[in-house]
Design a protein around this ligand. Structure first.
Ligand SMILES: [Zn+2]
Length: 456
């Protein structure tokens, strides 16, 4: 150990006060791991005011928990700290990241769960003057060259590590892996009242919806409020220019094809919205008793996946060609916006730029006649669109809802259609409302934490 480093350690020891614990895994810059055990009175327990302790209620860890999350060693390199945990895994933590994520009360508001620091509040090139693992490996303390002191809990570091497994687990908390499906699909069915009244059932419903993109809820009350009741138990209803919820039944001078008894081609709803409604709740209050009135359903992400694999040229045309989806009209009933004119120019298949994953499909007869394309690109685009729709039809399933059932669909992913029926022969009455994915995903994560459920 150099004299300079030792002085650094000792001076920080004086600063940090009165603990009497032996330090283990004491390290100091530059890139030097100390194997000797120094008597250094350093412990996170003593560095801060009572306020910090009170705002950081650390649960008393069981011995098993302690071992799993403990820190064995901390090695300070030029730009990163390497932490080896008690379970043998290790991770590098860049210094700028550690400084930005200091958990002390000066840097982090533990009530708001938000950093107080702005980037101007710390030096980009700050580095540790000394690093010390507290006895027992529960914390690591960093004394920065700038003078600031930080303390990081072992479990927090392990959860936020840059290892593939820690990054995987955060990714699946963000979004559960989707299970694509085709004609073999059996619609998942769950009891409406169970989902309304049980946390476990609601979590199961939200997870299934995220994975499969569709769930049928059975035995819902046959009243128009039922869609609003269940949406409000998860998040907020998403209003559109058709209102917060609206009946779908055949009527004269309809503002939408949906309000007729004609066949509806495979589509998703309102693709002319920048923030397209994420989830459709379609409640069958009274089903048409005769022939027709069935729903066709297809997994748009599976269709995209299929085209990418077997028709890559058409797939690329569909991801690269923007289309004007639009809806223009005037209110037919009181709940509608008086006049509306929605336009979005977006491809049929939308990929995430970073991952390349398909994140949204758009398909509707509500396409404007404008195409912002050189004319020679139009015919190939139509051929690709035709192939897309043929594939959607081929890969679809058909289901006729019973009165009282509610079809819940991921509107960014699924296409749905309706077979025609003869409204002169009987009534068909559906009621529909939307919920955004932000609300559903948030509720799923809250329930996961509440129930302690980890998902792949
Ligand atoms: Zn701090």
């Amino acid at each position: 150990m150099s004299r300079r480093v030792l002085q650094g350690v000792l001076s920080s020891a004086r600063l940090w006060g009165k603990g009497r614990q032996n330090a283990v895994g004491l390290v100091a810059v530059p890139s030097q791991r100390l194997t000797s055990s120094l008597t250094a009175p350093l412990s996170c327990t003593f560095i801060t005011s009572h306020a910090w302790h009170n705002s950081h209620p650390t649960p008393a860890p069981s011995p098993t928990h302690h071992n799993a999350a403990g820190i064995r060693t901390a090695d300070a390199g030029k730009e990163m700290l390497e932490i080896t945990f008690a379970d043998g895994n290790s991770s590098f933590f860049p210094y700028c990241w550690l400084r930005d994520n200091c958990q002390c009360p000066q840097c982090f508001d533990s009530d708001a769960l938000c950093r107080k620091l702005t980037l101007e509040d710390w030096q980009h090139n700050d580095s540790p003057r000394s690093v010390q693992v507290e006895e027992g490996g529960r914390h690591v303390e960093v004394q920065w060259v700038s003078g600031h002191r930080s303390c990081y809990e072992a479990q927090w570091l392990q959860q936020h590590a840059f290892t593939p497994s820690a990054r995987d687990s955060q990714r699946s908390f963000l979004a559960i892996k989707k299970e694509l499906w085709s004609t073999e699909m059996k619609l998942p069915r769950m009891d409406y009242n169970g989902v309304m009244h049980g946390d476990k059932e609601l979590l199961d419903f939200l997870v299934t919806l995220e994975k499969k993109g569709v769930v049928v809820l059975t035995d819902a009350p046959r009243e128009p409020e039922a869609v609003l009741t269940i949406i409000n138990s998860i998040g907020y209803v998403k209003p559109t220019h058709y209102g917060t919820n609206y009946p779908i039944r055949s009527k004269a001078s309809a503002s939408s094809l949906a309000y007729t008894d004609q066949r509806l081609g495979m589509h998703n709803d309102l693709p002319y919205f920048q923030y397209v409604p994420g989830i459709i709740f379609l409640h069958c209050i009274t089903q048409f008793e005769g022939k027709g009135g069935e729903n066709d359903l297809a997994d748009g992400f599976h269709v995209a996946d299929y085209l990418k694999q077997f028709h890559p040229t058409e797939y690329r045309i569909l991801t690269d060609t923007p289309v004007y989806f639009w809806d223009k009209g005037v209110a037919q009933v009181k709940q509608e916006t008086t006049e509306y004119h929605k336009i979005v120019n977006i491809p049929i298949i939308v990929e995430d730029r970073l991952s390349g994953d398909v994140v949204r499909v758009n398909n509707s007869q509500l396409r404007n006649s404008y195409l912002d394309l050189p004319p020679e690109q139009v015919t190939p685009w139509y051929a690709a669109l035709r192939l897309f729709n043929q594939t959607v039809d081929q890969q679809s399933i058909r289901n006729k809802l019973n009165s009282g059932e509610m079809l819940v669909m991921d509107n960014t992913r699924l296409m749905h259609g309706r077979t025609g029926y003869d409204s002169a022969l009987g009534e068909r009455h559906m009621n529909q409302a939307y919920l955004d994915w932000d609300g559903a995903l948030s509720r799923r994560r809250v329930l996961q934490e509440k129930l302690g459920v980890t998902l792949e």
